[in-house]
Design a protein around this ligand. Structure first.
Ligand code: FES
Length: 172
């Protein structure tokens, strides 16, 4: 089996719940959707006649009900094709009408937490050291200080620190 490639396609904060982002990956147009806080990815090509499916409206659907009743459910989980109105389940890619026969291609999506690929011990040590040892050294190393010689921090190099955000990763 071919090993899938990892593609960072944006920041999780770019796509709030109910939102979407259409990206190009390996020559394919793919829609990434945030459905109630979980990300899903679908090929941006309707299996009916090739419309840009991921530009369609996002809605819910009516459930079977007794005459005179109106049951609306799954708001935000159904994608409607902009050309002829076929409806797809965003969480599976299956059509609502023929879920066992027709579906749009889906892709695995993960969210990489900020700092997952980094050595966080460096960042934490640097941050604590810069703040705490600097203050202690400046304020308490004069005459009468209770610090012992081995407790006085050596000069340390400091580096700029940035806060990274969670990233959306597609696996193709
Ligand atoms: S192209 Fe999507 S329903 Fe026809």
């Amino acid at each position: 089996m071919r090993e899938r490639k990892r593609h960072v396609v944006g920041l999780a904060s770019e796509i709030p719940p109910g939102g979407r982002k259409i990206v190009e990956v390996e020559g394919r147009s793919i829609g990434v959707f945030n459905v109630h806080g979980t990300f899903y990815a679908l090929r941006n090509q309707c299996p009916h006649q090739g419309a840009p499916l991921c530009r369609g409206s996002i809605k819910g659907l009516t459930l079977p009900s007794a005459p005179g009743e109106y049951l609306w459910a799954r708001e935000g989980e159904i994608l409607r094709c902009p050309w002829h109105g076929w409806e797809f389940d965003l969480t599976t890619g299956k059509t609502i009408c023929e879920p066992d026969r027709t579906r749009v291609r889906t892709y695995e999506v993960t969210v990489e937490r900020a700092g997952d690929e980094e050595d966080t011990s460096d960042g934490e040590t640097g941050g604590a050291g810069d703040g705490e040892t600097g203050g202690a050294g400046d304020g308490e190393t004069g005459e009468g200080s209770s610090l012992k010689a081995e407790e006085i921090p050596p000069d340390v190099e400091t580096y700029p620190v940035t806060v990274e955000e969670d990233r959306i990763v597609l696996h193709l």
